[in-house]
Design a binder for this molecule. Structure first.
Ligand code: 13P
Length: 256
């Protein structure tokens, strides 16, 4: 059984002060929750301070991106060992906003992923189709390409520990959540490819989480699907009450 995994991606919201204030309040609200992996992903500047504020709590910290070189003349870039030392345990890779606005490709996703794993950071790899791709019936082909190229070179053991976030681009920040049936179709497809390419153990252990307009009132329905293992939450994760409600409601019993 895969433990529910719920991560909040704060994107470019919250100063260091606001991020630490959230962390302090949030850790006390969720301190008794067990059986859910809880993660927050602040902007880079706040990673260190938030990790300090969440030390010895049940909430882990993720960065939102990573560069593949360890150090060097790469102005503006942040490496995996730097993120790790700052106190984060995970990193989001290949978010659609990085793909659309910052030139991320499946190949650069793969380079970042290998660098994150080498530094012992847990990757959360984002995939998902645009509206145009969905309307052209290309969703599953796009997912195949993103998963195949993005995860190239990983071992079955690394896949087993991975988190893949299925985030249909048309559902991000639009209030237009994928139906549970649409989410399950994509998640089951991804898992079937993992089974084909990396074996049953990898496919059964890998977390496939959903992202795109997740809110307290739709998380339970999504989580009831057998292949939905959690959520990557954007807008609804910047508010302590809303995000903790989502975490609590992610613990639903699964249809078998
Ligand atoms: P929203 O929850 O705001 O739609 O964002 C989803 C997302 O992009 C999480 O990474």
């Amino acid at each position: 059984m895969r433990t529910p995994f719920v991560a909040g991606n704060w994107k470019m919201y919250k100063t260091v002060h606001a991020a630490v204030a959230f962390a302090k309040e949030f850790r006390s609200v969720v301190k008794d929750i067990t059986g859910v992996e809880i993660v927050v992903a602040p902007p880079f500047l706040a990673v260190h301070a938030v990790a300090d504020a969440l030390r010895n709590s049940n909430v882990a910290v993720a960065a939102q991106d990573v560069y593949w070189e360890k150090e060097g003349t790469f102005t503006g870039a942040v490496s995996a060992p730097m993120i790790k030392e700052a106190g984060a345990e995970l990193v989001i890779i290949g978010h659609s906003e990085r793909r659309r606005l910052f030139g991320e490709t499946d190949q650069t996703v793969n380079r970042r992923l290998l660098a994150a794993l080498a530094a012992n950071l847990g990757p959360i790899v984002c995939v998902g189709e645009t509206l145009e791709e969905r309307e052209a019936n290309r969703t599953l082909d796009v997912l195949d390409r993103q998963v195949k190229v993005g995860l190239d070179g990983l071992t079955a053991e690394q896949i087993a520990d991975l988190v893949i976030a299925y985030e249909p681009v048309w559902a991000i920040g639009t209030g237009k959540v994928a139906t549970a049936v649409q989410a399950e179709e994509a998640h089951a497809h991804i898992r079937s490819r993992l089974r084909q390419w990396f074996g049953a153990n990898a496919a059964d252990h890998c977390h496939v989480v959903y992202g795109g307009s997740v809110k307290p009132d739709n998380i339970a329905e999504l989580m009831r699907e057998p292949d939905v293992d959690g959520a990557l939450v954007g807008g609804a994760s910047v508010d302590v009450r809303g995000f903790s409600d989502i975490v609590i409601r992610s613990q639903v019993s699964k249809r078998s």
